[in-house]
Design a protein around this ligand. Structure first.
Ligand SMILES: Nc1ncnc2c1ncn2[C@@H]1O[C@H](COP(=O)(O)OP(=O)(O)OP(=O)(O)O)[C@@H](O)[C@H]1O
Length: 430
């Protein structure tokens, strides 16, 4: 939980997202309200409900990005779900509760990561012992061990291959008992570990790489799993953020195949209103989870949503379509912008890449044209255009170490200009 003021939150978001002031402002207030609620005592704290948000705007203009960055800033568990997923054939009512179960999994991961930091030093010591054991065996004399320890610390053994045994945390492996959704999800791995031992797998790696696995493995042994779970549940309940995309597609009541759209809204409603969901880690209350619903609302309108759901999404913000100047800024001003990413990537090959201003202008212009003529996919268009422009360089870079390359408007035109003019072709390629 961050104690940033709304203004500070907006300014953090500004580092990654261009424009969309209203949406940034709304999420900043929502986050600050959570902090305010945490300052309250007793029953008042329970009474304050989150002011959920409805984001309205075309695709690819930053709705998800704003929410995801907000969650990251707050260290909050975050999950994105497409509401339309629940209209698919084969869907059964209670599946919406899976959203919360998945959110808890995210929270567990975050919490484990956080708590691993606290035991890292001890885990490192234990990991070193295990590497030594893999190198010299269990029965080696202390003198041999010590001499290998020295070599290990000097990095002399880094490339040597060893076999290590680590816990198999592989696929979650959860399944629901048919007809008994109330008992939540059973997890094979969990059952196995409760029956003694837990599953392990053998990995062959270099000494250097083994540390990553071993430190995680040793940290998990040092962690109090009960505490991880408890904290994760608390953080899901108090800090969790659910991003419900394509909510407009389940507005209106006509049903084609599969469950009706209204049915999906009715199923989602309890989650948003506040209910308790059974998970394999225990019950999770959804009352204080923040829901950010989002959609283009080209056809359906927010007023086509169930009145109860409308009431639970009181904050409405509109995100505007992006224009050429936004694209130019997205390419250059955002932290880790596409341009910065490509420059960094080529740098690893020893190629110094550089973009002129008119190249950026050209890139932004082509993205706008394609969005207008082919399909408007918002800022996502920049990735496809950039990929095409840099295709040849990406392929040949390893042979060009030590050179400098300047991408100017001519270069951009040569590599995508003609393609972009051909609407049929660009439909497939750009
Ligand atoms: N205003 C913006 N500033 C910077 N980057 C942006 C902006 N809008 C979109 N992007 C980039 O475009 C990509 C798609 O954006 P995002 O996932 O937020 O779309 P969206 O509005 O949620 O659309 P959808 O509803 O289709 O998911 C992201 O990689 C994001 O970084």
């Amino acid at each position: 939980m961050t104690n940033f003021s709304p203004r500070e939150i907006v300014s953090e978001l500004d580092r990654f997202i261009i424009g969309q002031k209203d949406a940034k402002r709304a999420v900043a207030i929502a986050l600050r309200n959570r902090w305010r609620r945490q300052q309250l005592e007793g029953s008042m704290r329970e009474e304050v409900m989150p002011k959920n948000i409805l984001m309205i705007g075309p695709t690819g203009v930053g709705k998800t990005e704003i929410s995801r960055r907000l969650a990251k800033l707050a260290g909050a568990p975050f999950i994105k779900v497409e509401a339309t997923k629940f209209t698919e054939v084969g869907y059964v009512g209670r599946d919406v509760e899976q959203i919360i179960r998945d959110l808890v999994e995210v929270a567990i991961g975050l919490q484990r990561e956080k708590m691993r930091e606290n035991v890292k030093a001890r885990a490192h010591v234990n990991a070193e012992e295990r590497v030594l054991e893999a190198l010299v065996g269990k029965t080696a004399s202390p003198a041999t061990r010590d001499s290998f320890r020295k070599k290990l610390r000097d990095g002399e053994m880094d490339d040597k291959e060893i076999e290590i045994e680590v816990a198999d945390t592989g696929a979650p492996g959860g399944f629901e008992v048919p007809g008994m959704p109330n008992i939540g999800v059973l997890n094979i791995n969990d059952l196995m570990s409760k029956m003694g031992g837990g599953r392990t797998k053998t990995r062959r790696t270099t000494v250097k790489e083994s540390y990553d696995f071993l430190i995680n493995d040793e940290s998990d042994k040092l962690l109090d799993q009960e505490e991880v779970t408890q904290r994760a549940i608390e953080s899901t309940q108090n800090d969790g953020i659910v991003f419900l995309d394509e909510i407009d597609k389940v507005a209106g009541s006509d049903s084609r195949t599969g469950p009706s759209r209204e049915g999906v809204q009715r199923d989602l409603l309890p989650l948003v209103e506040g209910t308790t969901v059974a998970t394999k880690y225990g019950p999770v209350k959804t009352d204080h989870i923040l829901f950010i619903a989002s959609g283009a609302f080209h056809v359906a309108k927010p007023s086509d949503l169930l009145p109860e759901l409308q009431g639970r999404l009181p904050i409405r913000v509109e995100l505007r379509a992006l224009e050429k100047d936004d694209f130019r800024r997205i390419l250059t001003e955002t932290e880790a912008s596409l341009i910065k990413q490509y420059i960094a990537l080529m740098n690893t090959e020893g190629v110094a890449l550089d973009f002129t201003d008119d190249a950026i202008d050209q890139l932004a212009g082509i993205a706008v044209d394609l969005n207008a003529t082919v399909e408007n996919i918002g800022a996502r268009r920049l990735s496809t255009v950039m990929e095409r422009v840099l295709d040849e360089i990406s392929y040949t870079a390893p042979d060009q170490g030590g050179t400098s390359l300047t991408i100017d408007a001519e270069y951009v035109k040569k590599h995508v200009g003609d393609l972009a003019k051909n609407t049929d072709l660009s439909r497939f390629i750009l």
